[in-house]
Structures are given as C-alpha cells and as structure tokens.
Design a protein. Structure first.
Length: 373
C-alpha cells in the first residue's frame, strides 16, 4: 500500500491553498455550483460505500475514542514587575485521556511539570481546572482530577500490553502542535524498548511505534485496532523535535499499576528489601564493578532476617565491605536502576530470591519485601 503525504501551505496573507487530484477519466467539467449540488444529493449509502472496511473501522474507532482524549494546558501565573497584577499564561500543552467515571485524567508528568494551574479541555470545547491527584516522576505519569458529571465522561477500554506483537496496528490520538484531536496510524515497531524519564530512571518494556507522535501528543493514548488503550505516548527520537517514525509509549500494564496506586495513595508505594545502599558512583570508587553495594541493613527488615550485611568494622580501624546485590528473581542487577526495576514487579509481603556477592562468593537468599513510603 502506498503512502500519501498531504502538505497544507498557509499563504503569507493568511489564505489557505490546497490542491485535490482526481485520478481517472474526466468526461466533462461541470460548473462548481452544479458539482456541489450533485455531491449534496448523494444518498448516505453512497458515501458509506466509498469507505473501505478498514477505513470505516478506523473512522468508528476515532469517533468513539476521541471523546476520551483531552487537551491539557500547563499554565503559569505571571506577575507584573511594575503593577500589583498577575495573569495566567500558557507555558506548554499536551494530551491526556479519561481513566474513569470519577473524573480521573491520565497524562505524562512532564506535561504538567512546573504548572501553577492546569486546564483540561474536552471535545465539547468545555474547559475545567484540574487538581493533581498524584505523580510518578520516575515513570513520567500523572493523574489529574476534574469535576465533570459522570454522564459526560467516556473512559477508554484498557487492553493488555503483554499481548502485543510487532506488526500489530497502532493508533495514536492527541493534540500535536496544539492541533486538537488528531489521529495517526502505524504499527507496533518493536517491544521491550527502554528510555529515561526526567529523573534519569529507566522506563522499561516501552512500546516503539511508527504512528506519528509529535510535540503535544505526549500523554495521549496509544490504541490497538480494537480501540483499547495499550500505552501512553511519551517521547520520540528526533533531531528536529518532530516525528521521525520512532516514538515510544509507556506500556499499559505499567500505566495501570502506577495509576491505581496514585489514585489510592497519591503516590507509588514501592517494595523494598530493607537496605541502605551506596550510590553507583560510590560503589565504583570502592572498586565494585557491578551490583549494588549495601551500606547498612534496617533493623527487623526482611534483609536483616535473611542475614544480609552492610559495612562493618573489623578491628584496628579497618572497615570491611558488606554484601553486594547482583541479582533479584533471576534478573541481573548491575546498578541501582536495575535493582529498582526488578523490585517494582513485586509488592510488599512478596518473597523474592536475591543473589548477593559476599567475600567474593555468590550466595542466594530469600527476602520478604516490605512497603517503602
């Protein structure tokens, strides 16, 4: 199937010029007025017949899903230097979508970062001020809340990102460059990608797609061919900050886990081993080439019960290094990022096998995780 690119050129005078090409045999040319009348007289069935099954499906998908997509304005309060006045100005915008009938809206954290106020606009062109329920900066996700009647809210159906396969259809809906509710279609280009959030933490299992994602699409939904949410469009790889065919979305399985906690607790509760570790930089200074070096072990923690050790004095003022964590639940741990990513798949109370390096020898222990505030 060929690709067609439509270029809309705005003239300097503000006029809009475009050209429509008809392919086929032209038997006659009718006056514009007669042509317009003829088109208006076409029965609805004829218009429908012009749509291929795939097009008709995509049109219906957009009509249903676009009701759930919102335009988010990140506003700042600017105060006058000379007068005792202030005004609200936009300092950025992005996309989001309705999560439930209670008015929860999901978007990227970077869309609302630094906002003095947040404005959410719906398809009806009605705008509401939103409050922040919670943010997960490490996952670049945020949950907002608007006071909107439940009857006017249309949550997206939530799919499963672990059932995606490369080559499946992907549909992105959002507000690129401030153009509200635009649709782009592509495929799932790859799975299991990684990229970094604003905090530097790695976001794993990301979805790569060639569906056009541009500035303003951030926070909008990535849908499958059934119109189900499979990811949150977040970032692109591009030298020009515009679509290059390589976009990334946070997988919906991660989104669901994080959003549920943000709604319940206002933050993400992470499972913890019960240890305090050296930073990666400190560990490398200590000639520890891989793993997470334990500095101290919390009393009465799962790590303490499993016998993990931190640094200790061995006499004559000498300090002995403690255990080094090199694996969790069968996954290699080379640094702090690996450890956090491995642990977040579990919850407080779970028991996990942890591989450590002690005095040059590997050892595996079982630790009961605790919730970290």
């Amino acid at each position: 199937m060929g690709k067609f690119v439509t270029r809309i050129v705005l003239a300097g005078t503000g006029g809009l010029f475009f050209t429509i090409f008809f392919y086929g045999v032209i038997s006659s040319v009718a006056p514009v007025a007669n042509l317009a009348g003829a088109l208006a007289d076409l029965p609805p069935a004829a218009a429908q017949a012009a749509l291929r099954p795939e097009e008709e499906h995509l049109v219906k998908l957009f009509e249903k899903a676009s009701r759930s997509v919102v335009f988010i304005t990140n506003a700042a309060i600017k105060r006058s230097f000379f007068f005792n006045t202030s005004r609200e100005v936009s300092q950025g915008s992005g996309s989001g979508f309705v999560w439930d009938k209670k008015g929860h809206i999901v978007t990227n954290y970077h869309v609302i970062a630094g906002a003095d106020s947040i404005i959410v606009s719906f398809d009806s062109k009605t705008s509401y001020r939103a409050s922040v329920v919670g943010v997960a900066m490490d996952k670049d996700l945020a949950v907002l809340k608007v006071d909107v009647p439940a009857a006017n809210l249309y949550p997206l159906s939530v799919g499963r990102s672990d059932r995606l396969k490369v080559g499946m259809m992907a549909v992105a809906i959002g507000n690129p460059f401030g153009l509200d509710r635009s649709l782009s279609k592509g495929v799932i280009s790859a799975l299991g990608r990684e990229f970094r959030s604003l905090t530097g933490r790695t976001i794993t299992s990301a979805i790569q797609t060639d569906a056009a994602i541009n500035p303003g699409n951030s926070g909008g939904p990535l849908l499958n061919s059934s119109g189900q949410l499979v990811g949150v469009n977040t970032t692109i790889i591009s030298d020009s900050r515009s679509n290059s065919g390589v976009g990334f979305a946070i997988p919906v399985n991660t989104v669901t886990r994080v959003v549920d906690q943000l709604i319940r607790f206002g933050k993400v509760k992470r499972p913890a081993l019960g240890v305090y570790n050296f930073s990666d930089e400190q560990a490398r200074y200590l000639d520890i080439e891989r793993g997470v070096a334990i500095r101290n072990v919390a009393k009465k923690s799962g790590a303490a019960e499993a016998g993990l050790r931190g640094i200790r004095e061995v006499g004559n003022g000498r300090i002995a290094l403690g255990d080094v964590i090199i694996g969790v639940a069968g996954e290699a741990v080379d640094d702090e990022d690996d450890l956090l990513n491995a642990l977040e798949k579990f919850k407080g109370g779970d028991r996990v096998k942890v591989k450590i390096l002690r005095d040059g020898k590997e050892k595996t222990v079982t630790i009961k995780l605790q919730e970290s505030e």
